[in-house]
Design a protein around this ligand. Structure first.
Ligand code: NAD
Ligand code: ZN
Ligand code: ZN
Length: 341
């Protein structure tokens, strides 16, 4: 049995175990990807903790920001070739024929599989992808910087599109971690004005927001954010929430201009409050956004290659995964950690 090194969740809220597991075999429509690198997303931490109503089956190998090389292909694969450098994103596969798939909304297909959640992901030396859902990495992009684009990039690019904010208008990016710092770059590339909101007094994220090109940065008390944004710019046209906390969801509603749109992206536990009177009178819109389709991903990578979008990465090794999660919980990561294989 040929084996590979993988980081495995065997029990929720317990450290991941570095194990030797069998290298999977691609089915006829699948490819085997030899991992070069993988980003570490906060969703992987939610998976390892069993934070969400739908939990992954255990044991599971997390990871959905993988970039690697196609080293084996099933007989039916025609869109890829050996040696192609491809990604392992959250959307591992979808049914391809339901109402949502038919209307290019495959990310809300009921019959989708998710890398690192419902099927094994990229925290391993090899991973399987459905060829039809596999996107290649543009030649201009270094795998280390391309990896975070397969979740943080596509998710925030899509959320910015969903926000409806037009060039010259203001968007607030709330939470400047892995997703948020990439969001600032895409928003600027899309011609938006950006107000970045970090956790209170978070110097690391505030420095990062400035480096990423935010026009304004707020690192003050959470409960003053709405008022501050109203005073500074007269309210934001849209708000993309990537902060792993409930409070900023409620507060960001107060930061919107009339007719503004809140786009929840982060997935902390709990509910947000939507005051009925303000929602009606201000014609507020709230639209959730979940990763992005294959086309969104294609655009995400294309824009990165052309506009020079580059995540701020720290390179680590697979067996450091538990310390990486500790740092993530403590808010001590500047941008994204990527694992190098
Ligand atoms: P991260 O840990 O890299 O970043 C989260 C950031 O939120 C940190 O910088 C932290 O300081 C900040 N934060 C925490 N509390 C805050 C507060 N009160 N105010 C402002 N900022 C605060 O996480 P990430 O990888 O960027 O992921 C963020 C969230 O998005 C996670 O919940 C993840 O599961 C979710 N996610 C959703 C999608 C989607 O498609 N909707 C895709 C990827 C990730
Ligand atoms: Zn992710
Ligand atoms: Zn479907």
């Amino acid at each position: 049995m040929a084996t590979m090194k993988a980081a495995v969740v065997t029990e929720f809220k317990k450290p991941l175990q570095i194990q030797d597991v069998e290298i999977p075999k691609p089915k006829a429509h699948e490819v085997l990807v030899k991992m070069i690198t993988s980003g570490v997303c906060h969703t992987d931490l939610h998976a390892a903790h069993g934070d969400w109503p739908v939990k992954p089956p255990l044991p599971i190998i997390p990871g959905h920001e993988g970039v690697g090389e196609v080293v084996e292909m099933g007989d039916e694969v025609t869109n890829l070739k050996l040696g192609d450098v491809v990604g392992v994103p959250w959307l591992h596969t979808a049914c391809g024929h339901c109402e949502f798939c038919r209307t290019a909304r495959e990310t809300i297909c009921h019959d989708q599989e998710n890398s690192g959640y419902s099927v094994n992901g990229s925290f391993a030396e090899y991973a399987i992808m459905d060829a039809a859902y596999t996107i290649t990495v543009p030649k201009e992009l270094d795998p280390i910087y391309a990896a975070p684009l397969f979740c943080a990039g596509v998710t925030t690019y899509k959320a910015l599109k969903v926000s409806g904010v037009k060039p010259g208008q203001w968007v607030s990016i709330v939470g400047i971690g892995g997703l948020g710092h990439v969001a600032i770059q895409y928003a600027k590339a899309m011609g938006m004005r950006v107000v970045a909101v970090t956790a209170p007094n978070d110097k690391l994220s505030s420095d990062l927001a400035h480096e990423m090109g935010a026009d304004l940065v707020y690192s003050g008390p959470g409960e003053k954010m709405g008022e501050w944004i109203q005073n500074e710019i007269g309210g934001a046209h849209g708000a993309v929430i990537t902060a792993v906390a409930k409070q900023p969801f409620n507060e960001a509603l107060k930061s919107l201009k009339r007719g503004g749109r809140l786009v929840p992206v982060a997935l902390p536990q709990g509910s947000m409050e939507l005051p009925i009177f303000d929602t009606v009178l201000n014609a507020t819109e709230v639209v959730g956004s979940i990763v992005g389709t294959r086309q969104d991903l294609y655009e995400t990578l294309d824009i990165a290659a052309k506009a020079g979008i580059k995540p701020n990465v720290t390179v680590k090794k697979l067996d450091e995964i538990n310390e990486i999660f500790d740092d993530m919980l403590a808010g001590q990561i500047k941008g994204r950690v990527v694992l190098q294989f």
